[in-house]
Design a binder for this molecule. Structure first.
Ligand code: NAP
Length: 289
């Protein structure tokens, strides 16, 4: 008889995310162990406890989830967790700080349904947050020319550099969007936009949107009014508005939830997986078939 499924939730924030915990339970985890305030300095014992208790034949029934509000802190933690593993002594890990990978995967999958991403010009508004960074990375990996937008050009440049360090051939341009006119120019000539701004912040006004009639696809991830893109409704899912196909936060959110649950389930298939942006995207693609 197989052992119960144990998920060890390591969160870089002081309180482990209840959202991530609920998804874990809904994905069929039998026991969830939650730890907050986890850092590269204090994680080793938690990982060793996961690796050394069950025999190699049962290690696939134990897995780790890394979350928290900062992608950078989560990435440092993931790196340290990986270093704890050796030979067959390892457990699978899902990295989804702030829902960044599952949400970005859902948004880019929605985009790929309507636009051929290879060679497409895409703008990611607020491309500096957890979700925006991952959306830019996934778009670039699919051959899109990605404009990474931020109110501060230095932040956009830092994201482009981080993506280039993994994907040297990525076509990325940092752009500053501190007002409606700059936002309109960041979109000019782009066929798609993903707005990944903070909750309750409008990034693309109706006025700015009218300046870019060439836009074919607009995806807004912010569900909290005011919404990120004027004119899009949260439940929109491939709804045509003003000549563009539109997705709202709830329209993308259903797919995000499916991917998140499936990624947790996938962890228990073997003990040697690291599920980061690309693996989560590939999983999302397989669900869409
Ligand atoms: P975040 O870190 O809260 O913010 C993303 C970016 O928004 C920041 O890096 C910042 O970029 C910009 N921003 C912050 N405050 C702003 C302001 N007052 N005015 C203009 N820009 C501002 O967001 P996140 O965690 O990446 O999430 C992105 C969005 O996805 C959020 O709206 C979140 O609620 C949503 N979300 C949706 C789903 C779903 O399933 N639909 C799931 C998860 C998250 P700059 O400083 O570089 O300009």
């Amino acid at each position: 008889m197989s052992k119960p499924k144990i998920l060890i939730q390591l969160d870089t924030d002081s309180h482990p995310s209840t959202f991530d915990a609920v998804v874990a339970v809904d994905a069929g985890v039998d026991h969830l162990f939650q730890y907050g305030g986890v850092t590269p300095e204090n994680v080793e014992g938690l990982v060793h406890g996961a690796m050394f208790t069950r025999g190699p034949g049962d290690l696939h029934q134990t897995a780790i989830f890394i979350g928290g509000s900062s992608v950078e802190a989560g990435e440092r933690l993931l790196e340290r967790v990986r270093k704890c593993f050796f030979g067959p002594m390892r457990v699978s890990v899902l990295f989804d700080a702030n829902g960044a990978n599952t949400t970005a995967a859902a948004a880019v999958l929605a985009a790929a349904k309507h636009v051929s991403l290879e060679g497409a010009t895409a703008t990611v508004l607020a491309g500096t947050g957890p979700v925006g960074q991952r959306a830019a990375r996934l778009l670039a990996a699919r051959g899109a020319q990605v404009r990474v937008a931020s109110r501060a050009i230095a932040k956009a440049e830092a994201v482009c550099n981080a993506i280039r360090s993994r994907q040297p051939a990525a076509k990325l341009t940092p752009v500053q969007t501190s007002g409606a006119d700059e936002t309109a120019s960041a979109l000019r000539g782009a066929s798609l936009v993903i707005a990944a701004g903070a909750a309750g912040v409008e990034l693309l006004s109706a006025e700015a949107r009218n300046q870019v009639p060439e836009l074919k696809l607009a995806i807004d991830l912010n569900a909290v009014p005011p919404l990120g893109i004027a004119g899009i409704q949260p439940p929109d899912k491939a709804v045509e508005r003003d000549g563009a196909i539109c997705y709202g936060a709830l329209g993308v959110g259903g797919t995000k939830m499916k991917i998140h649950r499936a990624a947790i389930e996938r962890l228990f298939a073997s003990n040697d997986q690291i599920l980061d942006a690309e693996e989560v995207f590939t999983l999302g693609e397989s669900l869409a078939k």
